[in-house]
Structures are given as C-alpha cells and as structure tokens.
Design a protein around this ligand. Structure first.
Ligand code: SAH
Ligand code: SF4
Length: 362
C-alpha cells in the first residue's frame, strides 16, 4: 500500500507551525523544521538535532518529507545540467541548471506536461498529466541546489520548465512563498521569473500578490489569427486583452515585463511582424527576448537564419525597444526551451488537453 502520510515539505512555514500547535507542541518547532528542510536540505527527522527526540519520533510516525528523486543527470558541453526527477507517484519531470547567463539559473517545472498545446513546444505535445504540488515545485530547487552544491550560492529561478505556472496557480504561489521565506532558501522575488502564455484571470490575481516574481509573457505573435494557431489559449484570452492586462500590471520601478517571442522561419519573423510588435508594445514597460526555435522532430517549424533574427532584432532596437536574443543552452541533451518531455509520459497513455481551453469563441 502506498505511504499516504502527509508531506511536510509542501507546507509553508505558518502551516508547519499550525500543524505543530495542533499536535500540542510550541509553535517555534514549526520554524525549526522548516529551516531544516528548506535551508539546510535535511529531510531525515533523526538528524534534526535541536528538536526533542520524542517529537522527532512522533513526526516520523505521522509524516514524511518528500524530495523528488534524481533518476538521471546529464551535463551538456556548455555546462547546462538537466535532471530527470521521479515524484512519489512515479511521474517524472525535468529541471535544468543553466550556468553563467551571467548568473546561475535554475529552470523548474510546474506541471507534468502542459495543457496549453502551443504548436512549437514538445512539452505541449505531451498534453497535461497532472499539476505539481507546492512541495514538488519548491523541491526541484532544493534538489538542484544540493546536487550542484549551491545551497549557499545565489541563483535565479525561472518557471520555464514543463507546464504553465498560471494554470497551476495556487501551488505555484505557495511554492514561491516557500522559496522566498527568510527561514528557508530566502530567494529574493527579484531573482524569480514566472513565464506565462497569459491565463488572464490568474494574471490579474498575480498582480495583487505580496510575493511578486518578475513577469515574462510568451507572446510569439502579433496578430490574433496567428496567435490563435500558435498559442491556442489565445482563442480564449486574446492578444489585445493580454496586452491590456500587461499595461495594468504593477511593474516595479526600474523593472520591465519580458516579452518572449519564439522565432519561426517564414511564419512570424518578417520585418512587418517586427514593426507590428513595436506598435503593440507601445506604452508598456517591456523588453523583448527573441527565442530562435529549438527544432525537434514532430515540431512543424524551422529555426530562422541568424541573419533573419538579427534583422528582426534591429528593427525593434531602431524603434527604441530593448531586445535580446536568447542563446540556446543544453541543446545536445535536449534541455533547451520547449524541449522538455519525459519518458514516463511518452510511454504511458497520451496526456489530456483541457477541453475548456479549446473553444474557439472569444
Ligand atoms: N508555459 C510557460 C513556461 C514554460 S515554456 C510559457 O509558455 O511561457 C518557456 C519558454 O520556452 C516559453 O516562452 C516558450 O514559448 C518557449 N518555448 C517553447 N518551445 C520552444 C521551442 N521549441 N524553441 C524555443 N522556445 C520554446
Ligand atoms: Fe505549455 Fe509553455 Fe509549452 Fe505552451 S510553450 S505548451 S504553455 S510549456
């Protein structure tokens, strides 16, 4: 029978404290245990030496501390490291370490698969299997930090792995509160970037959160019709509404929204597209990150030449839009953007796409 004891690694500090009080213990033990798990990476109750022996025993009997298990670790020639992780129910996800960009960056997943079905993304091809829990989302950072001996090093976190973070809103936000907690890894929200295709109701909610990551919007197109095709959620929440929501989004001083734009040869990379993009972004505190397509079998598009990418970037820059071109990392180990897809889901029954995303009405 599977072990169904509650997992303490997915609780925020105040929830752990409440649990300890419920068990009849002083509140501060909650903080101690939170520190052991998230700051020191210790998940064996027996090693939590400043917690009394009796309490440790009681906890070990009633609870567990889950950590995603490393199944495979691959290192790219450029230093990128990809971890294949197994979760408690056997599902698998991928997390990536990208060195020197110029900072150290962890790229983590929020779902097993993804329901959004973007036309150029391998994860999208999987469909959605399930949401990750707060413990599984935050746990990836704990595992990456431990594996790479980076528990005491500063790093950035990007929610750009498998899944759409705003389609798993509550768990993602709980994980961010765990990761930013001063008694845990204490990652500054300024070092965290959430990337989304624009699930509008969730984006509006994000605008009101006390823990606010940087925002990256996966735009990819400058017309409603084309975006409907490339990013199907556009049929529900269109480009215009998305950009209006971005205009309202409370961007902090000196910060900007990143607009990601995957470049598909001959599809969305013409000078006209570039000029339309300039007009669309007018009045938004934003910058553009161009992502030349990472090609893969089964993806019906091609990567444009460097010349085409540079011409597109030049038009943006000539019109005063800050633009960068993302250097693709870890392509030799399939760790680059949009290339994350796990074995378990390839061999299992095909994933689902959420029916609610598919209507073409707006
Ligand atoms: N679901 C979220 C976050 C994960 S995807 C989102 O889509 O924003 C992270 C980024 O990788 C997105 O901008 C996505 O559009 C991009 N991406 C997906 N497939 C890609 C591919 N084949 N080549 C380059 N970038 C890709
Ligand atoms: Fe999902 Fe992002 Fe891939 Fe689209 S690009 S299918 S939202 S992971």
């Amino acid at each position: 029978m599977p072990d169904s004891k509650p997992d303490l690694a997915g609780l925020e500090q105040h929830e752990l404290e409440r649990e300890l009080v419920r068990l009849g213990h002083p509140r501060f033990h909650g903080r101690q245990i939170f520190q052991w798990i998230h700051k020191r990476g210790v998940t064996d109750f027996a090693l939590m030496t400043d917690v009394g022996r009796e309490l440790r025993q009681q906890l070990a009997e009633g609870f567990r501390i889950l950590t995603p298990e490393v199944v495979r670790k691959e290192r790219s020639s450029d230093g990128t490291v990809k971890l294949l992780l197994r979760l408690a129910d056997g599902k698998q996800i991928e997390s990536v370490f990208i060195p020197d960009t110029p900072s150290q960056t962890f790229c983590i997943s929020t779902q097993v698969g993804c329901a959004m079905g973007c036309a150029f993304c391998l994860t999208g091809k999987m469909g959605i299997d399930r949401n990750l829990t707060p413990g599984e989302i935050a746990g990836q950072v704990r595992v990456l930090a431990a594996e790479l001996k980076m528990l005491d090093v500063r790093f950035n976190i990007v929610l750009m792995g498998m899944g759409e973070p705003l389609h798993n809103y509550d768990a993602t936000m709980a994980a961010l509160r765990i990761l930013t907690d001063e008694h845990g890894l204490a990652v500054s929200p300024k070092r965290i970037t959430l990337s989304t295709v624009g699930v509008l109701p969730a984006l509006e909610k994000l605008a009101t959160e006390p823990v606010m990551p940087n925002l990256a919007i996966s735009l990819h197109s400058t017309t409603e019709d084309q975006r409907d095709m490339l990013v199907p959620i556009n049929r529900k929440y269109g480009l215009k509404e998305l950009l209006d929501a971005c205009r309202r989004f409370p961007v902090k001083r000196r910060e900007r929204i990143t607009f990601e734009y995957v470049m598909l040869d001959g599809v969305n990379d013409t000078p006209d597209d570039a000029r339309r993009l300039v007009r669309l972004l007018h009045g938004i505190r934003g910058k553009v990150n161009l992502l030349p397509l990472n090609e893969a079998a089964g993806i019906p598009f091609e990567r444009p030449s460097d010349d085409r990418v540079n011409r597109f970037a030049q038009i943006l820059s000539d019109h005063g839009v800050t633009v960068s071109v993302r250097k693709s990392r870890g392509r030799d180990i399939r760790a680059a953007c949009g290339q994350l897809i796990t074995e378990s889901s390839r061999t299992n029954a095909p994933g689902r796409r959420l029916a609610s995303l598919m209507p073409v009405s707006r």
